[in-house]
Design a protein around this ligand. Structure first.
Ligand SMILES: Cc1ncc(C[n+]2csc(CCOP(=O)(O)OP(=O)(O)O)c2C)c(N)n1
Ligand SMILES: [Mg+2]
Length: 368
């Protein structure tokens, strides 16, 4: 945790201890099949490997910047797998693990981070909205979308729709997030607010955002808040699934605070050694989301060396494939910046495109 910030409270939901022991929780009794346990492990390892590859690509100058999710894999895979196909997700810029769980090719956001496209994908096809850099803005988009679902009559049944909005601990200080809480509460919108409290907003520790545990803020807005062990993929899955199902059944919003830790830098442009001490990082390594599930699988004889080796190998191949496709991304023609501004273009934009094309063409005749 951040120096002096509100620490883990005894009332956080945990279903898998850091030592890999399965813990029961009275409110969140959930069964997983052997295949589901192994599937979650595969997701965690794959997501971490792809993230490490992106970090390496940035360090080699192949991406302009990268926002790593290192340490937050369980929070993202657990919540991402808790979504039902009809649910809509609104991410920040760090939700690569949720994106993976939604079935989106991990190459898609890399065009944005490489600076060769605007990071577009069909958000309706994947039920995963655009990455949002403006801190907290997506919580308002999610709330509006969720209110729309209600107006469309798609709430109130087990197969209703729900929305999840991702944001960080720092974002909780933004007006947008607080406005989203108010609107979703008074309109009983089917939205789950999923806060990954990774203890820092760039260099600002949690103690600069709040004097109370973040999940307790929900009470003041009139809806439930729950804190989970964000490094526990099982607790994350169970609590997020329950909150989404309540929302789709017409019971309104929930705030989930996933208590976790950003093991790496804020982005590749940041140097965390300037503002945090190494022992803090070390203490969180002992709570690693992957090693606890691996310990559990081993002890339960749900996974052996050949299984773990095969998972590593298939993740390695995916990462290599990602690397090769990033390196093969073509540089865009400057004139394409006018594409995708409007779905069907506009006369003004067409005129600007023609003017720019003529400007570019003028260099072809130039001797300079
Ligand atoms: C409205 C706005 N203000 C400031 C920034 C600059 N900024 C980018 S990331 C960040 C910190 C966000 O911290 P947090 O919400 O905890 O998310 P994390 O990156 O830790 O996941 C800030 C201030 C921004 N992108 N948007
Ligand atoms: Mg943060």
């Amino acid at each position: 945790m951040g120096k002096g910030g509100p620490g883990p409270s005894p009332d956080f939901v945990q279903l898998l201890s850091p030592e890999g022991v399965r813990v029961e929780h009275p409110e969140y009794a959930v069964e997983f099949t052997d295949e589901e346990y192994r599937g979650l492990y595969r997701d965690l390892v794959t997501v971490r490997k792809l993230d490490a590859e992106a970090t390496a690509l940035q360090r080699q100058g192949e991406l302009g910047i990268w926002a790593s999710l290192l340490g937050q894999e369980a929070a993202q895979v657990g919540s991402g797998r808790a979504l039902r196909p009809q649910d809509m997700a609104f991410p920040t810029y760090r939700e690569h693990g949720v994106l993976y769980c939604r079935g989106i090719d991990p190459i898609m956001p890399l065009g944005l981070f490489r600076g060769v496209d605007q990071g577009g994908w069909d958000s309706q096809a994947y039920k995963f909205h655009m990455y949002t850099i403006v801190i907290g803005a997506q919580t308002l988009h999610a709330t509006g979308y969720a209110m729309g679902i209600t107006m469309d009559g798609k709430v109130g049944t087990d197969d209703g729709e729900a929305v999840i909005a991702y944001f960080g601990d720092g974002a909780t200080s933004q007006g947008d997030v607080n406005e989203a809480f108010v609107w979703s509460s008074v309109f009983n919108a089917p939205v789950v607010f999923f806060c990954q409290n990774n203890q820092y907003a760039i260099s600002e520790p949690l103690e600069r955002q709040t004097r109370i545990p973040l999940y307790r803020r929900a009470a003041g807005f009139g809806f439930p808040g729950v804190r989970i062990d964000g490094n526990d993929v099982l607790a994350t899955f169970a609590v997020t699934r329950a909150a989404l199902d309540q929302a789709r059944n017409g019971q309104g919003p929930t705030l989930i605070e996933a208590y976790t830790y950003r093991m790496g830098a804020h982005t590749s442009s940041d140097d965390p050694t300037r503002y945090r001490i190494a022992s803090e990082v070390e203490s969180w390594k002992a709570k690693d989301p992957i090693s606890r599930l691996k310990a559990f699988l081993s002890k339960q004889q749900l996974g052996d060396d050949s299984f773990f080796g095969e998972v590593d190998e298939s993740a390695r191949k995916l990462a290599l494939d990602l690397r090769e496709r990033v390196l093969a991304m073509p540089d865009p023609q400057p004139v394409t910046m006018f594409d995708h501004v409007y779905p069907n273009g506009s006369p003004e934009l067409d005129a600007q495109r023609a003017q720019f094309a003529a400007y570019e063409a003028s260099f072809e005749r130039s001797t300079h």
